[in-house]
Structures are given as C-alpha cells and as structure tokens.
Unconditional design. Structure first.
Lengths: 752, 154, 285
C-alpha cells in the first residue's frame, strides 16, 4: 500500500467543513457558567479596591473572583515539567498589576455576554506607579523594580570556539524586531469542571501539552496530579501561543469556586493584550568574513523585552545561542544577552522559538557582507553552508544528513536566480518609481529537544477483533495534520488503510506521559515511536501465527492487512480472534522511545519583490521555498503549512506590529494589526528535497517550525536588494520604507 | 422583543434583547456552534453567515435587524446528512487545517457562487478578502473555489 | 429596551416625538455593535433605520440624484445610476471594508459617524452633495461641507437622523473617480481618500473639484490643486505638481512625514484613473 507520500485531508476535515467539530468554546456542559476576565487598565500599580455595585444590579450574574483574596500558589505560565526551575511570578489574580491587561479577577454569569458586560462595569481603584514601557526605561539608573529580583535577568554569555586573529573583514548590523502576535483564529479558551464529590478537576483546552499544563494546575491548586485531568481539544491554531498557561488557571479557579463547569473564552483584544506576544528584540551583530567569503565568526548581542512577567523569556533569550550552527559551518560565535522586564504585555513562545529571529539577524548580516565583499549572496551562502556530517559545535552533535546545500542549488535553478538578478538590474537601471530585488535566506531548526533535554515518549497500540487498530499516544494536533500523519505512519507500517487506525489526542487520564508538542518533536520523536510500535505489533501478529500454525515467523509476508505464507493467509481480524480464544492474549504493543539524534533540518527560501518607492508598498512577485524534509509524508499538508508560514513571515516582515500607546496599553484589534490577506497573498512555490536518511519515521524531518525560519529574512533581504538599503527594523512598513528613502535619496528630492 | 425569522430554512421565534448579536443567538440560543467568533469586530470573517443571500458578519448583526430574514449558516449546507459540493471540494483540495476559518470561508464562497457562478480569480480574491486564514497561504482555498467556479460551468 | 423598526419616515417621525433622549439609531450595524456592546448605561430605545422605505432608494429627482441613507455599500457599488459622473461614489463604496461589511454598512452610517478616514465623505464633498436631515419632524438640507465639524463629529444633535443625500445634476461631460491608499490593498482603513471630478472639453479640463479624506479631522477641498488642473490636459508634470501641492498642504497641517512623502505617488495614481477619459490610453503625456 502506498500511503506515505500521498496527500490526505486532515483527519477531522469533514466535521470542520460541516461546522460540527467541537472546539473548547463550543462545549456546553450541564449547568455551565461563563467567565469573563477583569483586567488592569493601568500598566503599573496596585489594586486598592474593586467596586461591584453596578454588577450587582445586573441579571444573570453568578459571582466573581478577585485579586483581593488569595487564590492558589504563584506560578510560571511557561513551566512544563515538574521540578523545572522557573520564576513563579504570577498569581491567578494579580493585585500588584504590572501591565495593561493583567488579570485581576473574573465575573461568572449565565451567559458569556452578560459576564463580559459585567466585567466592563466593575469599578477599580488603583494606586498608580510610573510605568517602565521600554527596556531602556527598565535598565536606567534608579528604575523601580517590576519584580523583586530586579528588571534584568541574569546576563547570558555563550561563546563557542575561538575568535581567530585573522585578516577578516567586519560587518556590523542592527536588527530590531517588533512585538508580534500569533493571531491564531481561535482565541484562547478553556472549559473547566470541578467535581465536588470526587475532587476531580477536568480541564478542556486547546493546549500544546496536557501533562505540562497538569503540572502547573496541580501545583497552583495543590491537587495531586491524578485528580487533575487535562484533555486537549480541537485546536484552532496556536503557533506557540497556546503552549503557555493563561486561561486554564483562571478557568480552573472559577470551576473550583463554583464547584461546577465554567467556560472562559478570551476576546481578540484579550488575546493581544493578556496572553503572549513574540518578544521585541534588539540585536546587534558583528560578522567576520574572510575575503573569500568564509564566515569566521558571528557575535550577537541581544536585549529582549520580556514584558511584565519573566514567563519563558530567560530561556527564550538563551535559546538564541543554540541556533547559530544549524545552517552554516564556521569556527566561532559569541552571544551576550539579557531579558528585560517592562510594564507591557508578556512575551512568550512563538513558532520557531528564536530560530526565525536569529535568522533575520544573521541573514541580514550575510547580505550586507555580500555587498561589502562584492560577492553574490547565494554564492556566499554556498561557501558557508553546512554539509552532511558537519557538527553543530554548540551542542556537539552531528548535523547528520543535512541537505541545505541541495536546497540552495535546487532553488537557484528553479527560481532562475541568476536570470532574475540580471533582469532586476536592468529594470532598476531605468530608475523608475518601482524597484525590484531578489534575496535568498536559509533557515535551520531542530527535530525535538535532544540533546538539551532527555527527551522520551511512549505509545501503545492494540488490534481489534475486526482487524483495525486503536493507538494511544499523547498527540497535540494544532490543526496541522498530526493525527492524520500518525494514522498514515501506522497504516503504512501495517499495510492497512489510514481509516482503519483510531488515534486520539492528549488526555492525561488515558494517554502516556509525554512532554508535549514543542521543538518540532511530534513527528520525529513520537512519530518514530509510532512506527516502531507498529512494527512491534506486526511482530506480535507474526509470533501468534507462528505459534498457532507452526509457520516460520521470518517468512511471513505482510500484505493488505493479512499475513501470508505461501498460499496460506491470515487476516489481522482472524489472528486477533484466535489469539484471544486460543492463546488468551490480546494483540497489543507498547513502545518506549528515547530520541538520541537531531539532524540538521532546513530550508532555503527565495523571494522576489517589487517596492513602490512613491508609496512604500512592497509586492511579492514570486516566492519559492525549498525544504530538506527527509520525506514529505503528507505532501499537500506540508505544502500548506510551509505556505502559511511564508505568509506569516512575510506579514511580519512588512506589516505586523503590536504597538504600545503612551499609556502602556497594547493594541487589541485586527483593525490596527494588519496581516496579508487573500487579496495580496502571492503564489508560493514549494519544493522538497527528499532522501529519507534520518531516524525520523520513514526518514523524515520536522517541518512545522523550520518553514517559519527563513521567510521574514527573505523578504527583508529582497527589499534591501531592491532599494540598495540596509534596513532591518521590522516591520518594513510603508512609513519605514519611505522614511529610509527620504533620508537616503538626497539626489532625487521628488523621490523618483 | 419577539423575533421571527428563518434559520437554515426553519422558522424560528424567540424572545431576545433587540441588541443581542446574531452570533450569540446562533451559538447560544439555537446551539448552532459552527459559526465561530474570532474577533467580534468584523475583521476576521470567521462568523460569516448568509442573510437573504448576502455574506455578512454575525458578530456585527443584531436582533432588531433580523425580522423576517433568512439566515443560512454552515450547518445549513448539509442536506439529509450529505455535505454540499462546496464542503466536499474544500475537503478534497486539502483546504482545511485548523478549521476555525473554514465555516466562514465556505459561507463567503457560497455567497460568491450564488451571485456569480463563474467568478474570475480576482472576483474570488475580492469576495474572500475579508476571511483570514492563518494556517495556510490561501493556495488550497483559492484552488478549491476555482474548482467550484469551473464546475458551475458544466 | 424598546425596539422600533419603522417602515417609513412618518413612522420614524412619530417614534421620535414620543421617545426620550436615551436612544440610539442603528442602520447597517457594522459600527454600531463595536461602539455599543459595552456601553456603561443601558439604552431606553433602539431604532432600526434599515427598513425605512424612503431611505433605501437611489433615484433621479428634479435636478438631483437622491441616495437614501440606508443604502448599503453593495447597493451603491454596482448601481446603474452611479456608473457615470458619480462613479467616485460607487468606487468608494466598493473600496470600503470587506464584502461582508459592504453588504451591511450604509452610506448614512459612514457619513454620520464621520470618521476622518471615511470613504464616502470625500466623494460626496467632491460632487457637491447636500445632506437631508430629519430635524424635529422636518427635513432640512445642508451642504456636506458644513456637515462635518471635527473628527468623528457632525452637526447632528441627539434624535436627528440623516435621511439621504442629494447630488446636483450636471449635464456636461463629467467624470469622477475615487482613489484610496490603505495599509493594504483590500480591507483597510484609508490613509488617503482622494475624490476627483472633472469636466472635459476636447481633452482639456474645463473644471475640476478635488476632495480629500484621511489627511485631517474632516474632509477638505483643495482649490489649489483644482486650479492647477484647470485649462490643461493631463501630463505627468501636472500630476507631480498636484502631488507637491498636496505634500506641502500636509506638511503645513498634520505634518505627517509618510503622508507628505506619499502625496506625489497618490496624486499620480489618482489622476491616472482619468487617462482613459482623456483619450490618453492610460498613459501620461
């Protein structure tokens, strides 16, 4: 059967098309009440009093919770593992408020709308303190402390290799990244229920780790973990936004308080202001290159704006250090950084976990180096690209079968790089209103945690009497096809149809312990376990046949849901029934897997843009993404993931910016936060390099995050090529581009 | 006020506040949760439904505007348990990932094809410009609607 | 809350006679819901304007074209009475929001809310429109340039309703267009809204009216650009000069740097829309 390499719709496509798929916000439990957050309207201060008199006059109000009373232990929204060292700075309700949008309580009502209206009528009296709205403010002398241990996290310094004293040229660049938001279409939501008789708390939410969430909820409310059941619901997108715990502690508190079911769904404004955003970063890079273009060193200094709670920021800031050697081979890097607290929305995880951010910085430096050296930017990358067997000298692990060079070469050919650049030179010579430019950007990432974290997983499978498979693993499908992928892997291994596999998603009461969907580990690590477990199941089938029919195990051939030996065959269904009745054994298998590899995984993206120098608009003319994917198990799903990431990265390059106003409030509306819509979505060509040489299932590598690493860098590079500019403060809005033109086109006052 | 209108072909009579949003009437009062709230301000398109054959935002429409009108939601496309052509083509063309934009996207496509059976690519882009998809680059969605536009020609 | 759904102006008048002051009007609802969902004080009375027959029509009357205030953007975008000299109105209606918004948003709501970035304000001003207002049971007519008094502010008092708009008829060759520059091509608030109307005789501009929105709190006419365009045919040089006038205007008013820079491109692109009318095959001379 040929399943791998063919395209299948997502496993619940029919329900989604019919409108019957149930997301956490669609759940309706008997007696359920609705919660709405009460949030701070000031950026820094203390809640002196909360007045509910207007609320008391409303119908349908069940009650409220506030920060004036204790509610559980302090926690860290980012913590995922018991014992993980994190700064537990947040409470479920924060009386000491530190940003506009900080949770100070919630209203419980019979309808969501009533709860929201009531929340808007609570009068809060604050003691206000002057806010620190930028890292510069927070670092300045005498700046008050946002948290007790100061505003600046411990300085991070990582150095790998030695800076040789060569005749290398230096290229200094600056990269300033705006705060951006994931804008998953489904706002954060949680349905929670507390059974007052059994003491069982149940949480339904679209989250990226049921076990990670359980650990934080259990510890906040001092519940033993077997009394906390976390179930992952159908997820309307995440992109990293749903891997930190924000709505769930609040919903759980409400459920425990009313001793019944509660639903808390955030508004879009609350998602912007009160969940997480990708941290603004100020990166200063110095690249050193030999005259022939070989990179000698990258030194990067980074100031990351953590927002009001440290959350993941220290680890996130530190993660940049691990992304230096996933694409290029060179002997030295130095990374110095700090995460700085400010009275602004909290920074947190974003797709790629700093790989995109570092790529924007380094790819820009490489482009400027190419200019300085008079070398073609693609050629410069080819000189430096990591080759199979090269080491990631930061983690001292081999990049294995990395195929980034092939990506560059295939892209160069398909994109017609040389021809396009010549055409652009000719086009730009006319010095008209429009300018065109091409750029290439490389992006690398990981497949799981190894070796930083001792990564492991487990999966179980059983075959039913009708020959189908029930599999049990902790999966977290973002809506990106994980469940279908696992069906395909198992089906291919057992030579049956994917629809004969039943596999659910994470539920702490049922599915085995697993860290969750992070670091692109699902396919490479859990998927590999699934493949191995299916093989183990196959072996059990063979063993049973061999025992019952005295046929040599090794000579049994798998074919279409049956085992054959010569002209005899046994269907799975028959084998299972006979195993039950004749051997008193169920046919099942469990596979525990510890992952020990992390090959290089990357992509080369090619962008061709046209910039309107009169209006500052950038149009993407052509785009090609070439990915070293090992094997595209579900090709159309991979393609649409890559295209989605390209659009997301392009949008970040040109438009996206969560701005903070003078009173410390971040924007909260899609009216002000612009993304590229269908009107301007370019055609995005995708190509795969597939040679199946890794430890991933069927030799595959990760794709969901790595495809988001190059796009912003590629678009920025192309704009700079078009204008001859060196901008790297994103987004490159109409305003920024025209501002650069105004300052730098002194020879043409009328701009074109 | 007492509101009399039609939802997916069925007559509905309910007592509601005149400013109750259609999206709440659908999701809460009528338990039709296929229509999604992604932003509550008419920017994401997830709540798109048809009223008298026109695509509108359920999050910006209120009860007082609905008297006698015919509302069609995603749930109304299925006929006797069988999905409509539009729904089937979206599935076939892999135009569904997280699915949150899907009901709104399908309803916008439905409105387009009802009013213009042979839309050009530009027509499609214009009709769906108000529907945000964050998972994809719109490529599969565009292909699905083009396929439907072509099929109408047969 | 009392809810009223008048079917004609007489019903609206009698409702307004008895209703108190704590009332709100809703037409398309695309602004109303956002502005009213979390209001502090409950309303006593909500009046739906979308079914008032006299407000839903577009028709020629003696000496004027009448556009009812409850006409939606979609109604305007494809209307046969708006496809010649009043095309700027249809183009502005097409450019506003998304399809879903256009199917509900009304011209009356757009003008009464008076956002500085309103899409319909510049075309109405450019085409010399007047506003019909129901005031104390009588209908009065006010030139549109008197209607806007500040950002988001009009001269409407509580309980006054915009009924419709009158466009004076112009029999000689008149062309109008609306050019919009937003943050993105579609589904964006305007950063510039440019409405231009010209009368042409033998490829020479006999008369010109130019109105802009989104460059100040209220829409404005720019007589300096109008005078520049008159008695000439179109050339790239003229377009550039028009842009420079706009740029200097912006520098002297809001001082917004981006808008000053973009002025030249905006005027070039706005005037380019008229080249087919000037028999210039879409090319500047």
């Amino acid at each position: 059967m040929e399943i791998i390499g063919h395209s299948y719709p997502i496993h619940d496509a029919e329900e989604k098309a019919a409108g019957t798929a149930i997301y956490a916000g669609d759940m309706r439990l008997k007696g359920m009440v609705y919660a709405a957050l009460i949030r701070s309207t000031i950026p820094n201060g203390y809640v002196r009093d909360m007045d509910f008199s207007a609320v008391e006059q409303m119908h349908g109000i069940v009650g409220w919770l506030t920060c004036t009373e204790d509610c559980g232990e302090p926690f860290c929204r980012y913590r995922n593992v018991k014992g993980q060292i994190t700064a537990e700075q947040e409470n479920v309700w924060n009386r000491r408020v530190r940003f506009v949008g900080d949770r100070i309580g919630c209203i419980l009502a019979e309808s969501a709308e009533q709860a929201r209206i009531a929340a808007s009528r609570v009068e809060v009296i604050y003691d206000e303190y002057p806010p620190l709205l930028t890292p510069e403010d927070s670092i300045s002398n005498g700046a008050p402390r946002i948290h007790s241990d100061g505003n600046v996290s411990q300085e991070i310094t990582v150095e790998v290799g030695q800076l040789q004293d060569t005749e290398a040229i230096s290229v200094d660049t600056e990269t300033i990244l705006s705060r951006i938001n994931h804008v998953a279409l489904e706002p954060h939501v949680c349905t929670a229920d507390y059974n007052r008789h059994t003491g069982q708390l149940t949480i339904w939410s679209p989250n990226q780790s049921v076990h990670g969430l359980r650990t934080v909820i259990g510890d906040i409310f001092k519940l033993p973990y077997h009394k906390v059941r976390v179930i992952k619901t159908t997820m309307g997108g995440s992109f990293g936004g749903k891997q930190e715990w924000i709505v769930e502690p609040a919903a759980a508190a409400a459920a425990i308080y009313i001793r019944g079911p509660v639903q808390l769904a955030l508004s879009r404004e609350e998602v912007f202001q009160s969940t997480i955003c990708r941290a603004p970063m100020h990166l200063k890079a110095r690249g050193k290159y030999e005259n022939n273009g070989k990179i000698v060193s990258f030194q990067v200094d980074n100031t990351l704006d953590a927002g009001a709670y440290l959350g993941n920021s220290k680890d996130y800031c530190g993660a940049v250090a691990n992304k230096f050697f996933r694409c290029y081979k060179y002997p030295h890097m130095k990374y110095t950084a700090r995460a700085v607290l400010t009275n602004t929305p909290v920074s947190g995880a974003f797709r790629g976990w700093t790989s995109p951010e570092l790529a924007i910085c380094l790819e820009h430096n490489i482009n400027m180096a190419a200019r300085k050296l008079g070398v073609d930017p693609l050629a410069l990358r080819l000189i430096n690209v990591a080759l199979p067997g090269d080491m990631d000298i930061r983690i001292n692990e081999s990049l294995g079968e990395i195929r980034l060079k092939e990506c560059l070469e295939l892209g160069q050919k398909c994109f017609q790089w040389k021809r396009k650049k010549e055409d652009d030179t000719l086009f730009n010579k006319a010095e008209g209103r429009f300018r065109r430019g091409c750029a290439v950007a490389c992006g690398g990432h990981l497949n799981g945690y190894f070796p930083r974290v001792n990564d492991f997983t487990a999966i179980g499978m059983r075959i039913t009497e009708t020959g189908d498979v029930i599999a049990n693993a902790t999966l977290h499908d973002h809506g990106c096809g994980t469940v279908q992928l696992f069906r395909m892997i198992i089906a291919q291994t057992l030579d049956i149809l994917p629809e004969m596999i039943s596999i659910g998603e994470g539920d702490t009461a049922v599915t085995p312990f697993d860290y969750g969907c992070f670091s692109s580990r699902s396919t490479y690590v859990i998927g590999r376990a699934a493949q191995e477990c299916a093989l183990s199941l196959l072996n059990r089938l063979k063993l049973v046949v061999s025992r019952l029919y005295e046929v040599p195990e090794k000579e049994l051939v798998l074919s279409n849901g049956s085992l054959r030996f010569g002209d005899r065959s046994w269907t799975f269904s028959r084998i299972v029934q006979e195993s039950h009745s004749l051997l008193q054994e169920e046919i099942s298998a469990v596979f525990q897997h510890i992952n020990k590899t992390n090959p290089g995984v990357g992509g080369a993206h090619f962008a061709h843009v046209q910039v309107d120098t009169a209006l500052g608009d950038t149009k993407i003319l052509e785009y090609l993404a070439v990915h070293d994917i090992g094997i595209a198990i579900n090709p159309e799903m991979c393609r649409s993931q890559i295209q989605g990431a390209v659009l997301m990265g392009a949008s970040a390059a040109l438009k996206e910016h969560v701005t903070i106003d003078s009173k410390g409030a971040s924007l909260g509306s899609l009216k002000k936060y612009h993304m590229l819509n269908l009107s301007e979505a370019p055609e995005i060509e995708v190509r795969f390099i597939e040679d199946g040489c890794t430890d991933g299932p069927f030799g595959c590598k990760s794709i969901g995050e790595v495809c988001h690493v190059p796009p912003t860098a590629a678009i920025v590079g192309a704009v700079n090529e078009a204008l001859g500019s060196d901008m790297c403060q994103i987004p490159l809005t109409q305003d920024r581009i025209c501002s650069w033109l105004e300052k730098n086109r002194k020879d043409k006052p009328e701009c074109f | 006020m007492f509101l009399n209108f039609y939802v997916n072909g069925k007559q509905v009579g309910i007592n509601v506040a005149p400013d109750r949003r259609l999206i709440d009437i659908l999701r809460e009062d009528l338990e039709l949760t296929g229509t999604k709230e992604g932003c509550g301000e008419g920017e994401c398109g997830s709540c798109t439904v048809l009223i008298d054959g026109k695509a509108v935002h359920a999050c910006l429409t209120v009860a007082i505007q609905l008297e006698g009108s015919h509302v069609l939601t995603i749930e109304g496309l299925e006929h006797k348990g069988e999905l409509s052509k539009i729904q089937k083509v979206f599935i076939e063309e892999n135009a569904i990932q997280c699915g949150f934009c899907t009901p709104g996207m399908i309803m916008s496509a439905k409105a387009l094809l009802m009013n213009n059976p042979h839309p050009s690519e530009q027509d499609i882009r214009n009709a769906l410009a108000g529907n945000i998809c964050r998972c994809s680059g719109y490529s599969q969605i565009l292909k699905a609607v083009k396929k439907l536009a072509g099929e109408h020609m047969k | 809350m009392n809810a009223y759904k008048p079917l004609n102006l007489d019903e609206l008048k009698s409702i307004l006679l008895t209703a108190g002051d704590n009332i709100s009007f809703i037409a398309g609802g695309t602004d109303w819901v956002i502005n009213n969902r979390f209001r502090k004080k409950s309303l006593d009375c909500l009046i739906y304007l979308g079914q008032i027959a006299e407000m839903k029509i577009i028709e020629k009357r003696k000496g004027e074209l009448f556009i009812g205030a409850a006409c939606t953007m979609t109604d305007l975008a494809n209307h046969s009475l708006l496809n010649k000299e009043h095309l700027a109105i249809a183009e502005a209606a097409s450019s506003m929001g998304s399809k879903q918004i256009r199917n509900h948003a009304t011209i009356g709501g757009n003008i009464a809310n008076a956002s500085p970035a309103s899409d319909l304000s510049a075309p109405l001003m450019c085409l010399n429109a007047s506003v019909y207002i129901l005031q104390n049971s009588r209908i009065i007519k006010i030139p549109i340039d008197k209607f806007f008094v500040g950002a988001d502010k009009t001269l409407l008092n509580q309980k006054e309703v915009v009924i419709g708009f009158a466009l004076p008829e112009d029999s000689t060759a008149l062309y109008s267009h609306y050019y919009k520059l937003g943050f993105r091509k579609e589904v964006s608030v305007a950063r510039f809204g440019v409405a231009i109307a010209i009368k042409v005789n033998n490829s020479i501009v006999a008369d010109a009216r130019v109105a802009l929105s989104a460059i100040g709190p209220v829409p404005v006419r720019l007589p300096e650009i109008e005078n520049l365009l008159k008695h000439k045919s179109f050339s790239r040089q003229t377009a550039k000069e028009a842009g420079i006038i706009l740029r200097d205007y912006i520098k002297n008013t809001s001082g917004r740097e981006y808008k000053a820079w973009a002025s030249i491109g905006v005027m070039e692109d706005a005037l380019k829309m008229f080249l087919p009318a000037m028999n210039q095959n879409g090319e500047y001379l």
